[in-house]
Every structure is written in C-alpha cells, then in structure tokens.
Design a protein. Structure first.
Length: 326
C-alpha cells in the first residue's frame, strides 16, 4: 500500500534499538491500509528476534521461513485478531467487539509463548469495542504482559477513551498527496483514461482504499446520474427516486458510499462553472450535503433517505428558468 513509509520507518527504528512500545495506535481515515500495516508488523515480529543488530532491514524482510509459512496459512499461534464477528446464521457483522471476545483474548495472554519471541494482538478496529470491552482492554494495556505487542487500528481516534490513547504510541496515516495518488492509481490500473484517474484521485480524498473502491465502481455512470439531477432540477422526482432505490438497503451500501465520495467534487466542479454571483447558493448546498452525511454516519441511517436528500441538494443547484434563458 501507498502512504506507509513514515510509519514503517518509525516502527523499524523502535525495533532496531530495542525500545519497542508495547501498544501502537494506528490512526487515520478508513481505507489507508492500517489493517494491512498491522498484519505486516505482526508478520515481521513473529519471524524475527526481539531487536535488530543495527543492519538495515525492511518491514517485509522474510525472516524465519517456517514461521512465515504459518503466517501465510493463517495458523501462527501468536498472532491474535480481535474484530467484529459474523452474527449467528447470517452474513452481517455484529455491531461491536464484545466484552466476552476481549476476555477470551486476555485469558490467552496468561499462557506461555508457544512459538517465537513475540505475541501480537491486532484490534481492528478498536473503535468497535463496546464500553466494557474498552475498559477491559485498558486494564491490560496498563499492565501489559511481557513480549506482547498491541496494534490498535482506529479510524476515529478522537472517540477513544483518552486513557487508551495515552497508553499507546500513535502512528498517523495521512491522506496521500493528489499527484502521488494519481501516479499510483495509473500504475494500478493502467488501462484507465488519465482524466478518469485524476477524477478518482480527487474524489478519494487521498485515501488509497477508497480510490480502489471507486475504480471498481462505475464512477462515470453515477456522475452522469447526479449531474442530471443538478442540471435539470428533476421536477418530477423521478431521478431522485431512482437514486434512492439504487443506494438504499444494506446490500447497496457501497453505492451509497460512492455517492457520498463523489458529490463534493461534483459540487466543486459546479462552483467553478458558475458566475461569481451564483457561487454562494452552490456552497450552501455543499454545506448541506456535509451536514446530512455527518448526521447519517452518527446514526443508524436509511441509505435510501440519505440518497434522496443528497438528490434534493443537487436539484437545488439547477439553473432557474430565467437563468437558463440567459
């Protein structure tokens, strides 16, 4: 993944000097590859010794091949994942990581290491811990077992218990510069037209995972639908109703996220095209979209309702008849 260079350097330097903090908070937007980084760190630790000898080494150095094969097979006994579980007889994930899951991991920490010199606990994401689970994890972070490393993935570190944050060393994963993202995307999907690559780089906000998801979606088709609402005003609600159907329901969550991702850049495009006197109303709708999205994310929201409301914001941007005549 792109954008991990500073985090890799910080971790390797700590390991080389033998001053490896027992808990690391991997903080940044969802889609930056923090979970993948945690997996790479876990693999590195269980395939290497406690610290380096001063020689240059990379995070993806293979190390012990036997341990590496166990990691590849998902069977290494000292890498423990703490994440939301699939609900009974269903396909959806549970809402939270439960206190029982945390207690189960804590019981394992009392056992001796069965292989190698490190045990690694990956919590992905720590934001998903229910309150009792967060408090139980905090007690373990306050009195960590020897030769145990915690990797806490967080998309919203500001929402964590301050006491959890204070027990961790933070690695921040920042959005990637637009030009770097454009070049990387072109390497990933060389068959795409550069104009589409640039549009995706802008819409992704510098988040690689989001950019790849946008590529795998039909971005241009969705943009045309949204621009049709903004240009016509959709007087009969037909386009907005179709949009609501397309993004409604749990099975269409990816389409809803696509709309949420690309609408700000579409509105920015409209701002650049409008006369100065018409910019203020366009910016007002941009702010309205942002408020609606924030309110939706905070609650358990209905995708169809969010999609229709975004359509309402775009419909407000349609030129009035008098303006169109000019």
């Amino acid at each position: 993944m792109i954008g991990h260079e500073q985090a890799e350097q910080a971790f390797i330097e700590a390991w080389q000097t033998g001053r490896l903090h027992h808990a690391w908070l991997l903080a940044g937007p969802q889609g930056m590859g923090k979970g993948q980084f945690a997996a790479r760190v876990a693999r590195f630790l269980v395939t290497h010794g406690r610290s380096g000898d001063g020689e240059p080494i990379a995070l993806d150095d293979p190390g012990d091949t036997a341990a590496g094969r166990l990691v590849d097979a998902g069977n290494h006994p000292e890498i423990i994942h703490l994440t939301r579980q699939i609900k009974d007889k269903g396909k959806e994930l549970a809402r939270n990581i439960t206190i029982d899951q945390v207690r189960g991991v804590i019981r394992r920490l009392h056992l001796s290491l069965s292989l190698g010199e490190w045990r690694v606990i990956i919590v992905d994401a720590v934001d998903d811990l229910e309150t009792d689970g967060a408090n139980a994890l905090l007690k373990t972070l306050e009195e960590p077992p020897a030769r145990t490393l915690f990797l806490l993935v967080s998309h919203s570190p500001g929402r964590l218990l301050p006491t959890i944050r204070s027990r961790c060393r933070t690695l921040r994963f920042q959005p990637v510069d637009r030009d770097v993202m454009t070049a990387w995307l072109h390497d990933q999907r060389a068959m795409l037209d550069m104009s589409e690559v640039r549009a995706i780089a802008v819409a992704s906000g510098g988040v690689p995972g989001k950019a790849l998801a946008l590529i795998d979606s039909d971005v241009s088709a969705m943009e045309k639908k949204l621009l049709a609402i903004a240009s016509s005003g959709d007087p009969g609600n037909r386009l907005r109703e179709a949009l609501a159907r397309e993004v409604g329901g749990s099975s269409n969550r990816a389409r809803l996220e696509l709309v949420i991702d690309i609408v700000p850049s579409l509105i920015s495009q409209l701002v650049r095209e409008r006369p100065i006197a018409e910019i203020a109303p366009v910016l007002a709708q941009w702010d309205r979209v942002q408020r609606n999205v924030r309110d939706a994310i905070r609650g358990s929201y209905d995708g169809a309702m969010v999609g229709f409301e975004i359509g309402n914001c775009l419909a407000e941007l349609a030129p009035r008849q008098g303006q169109a005549a000019r």
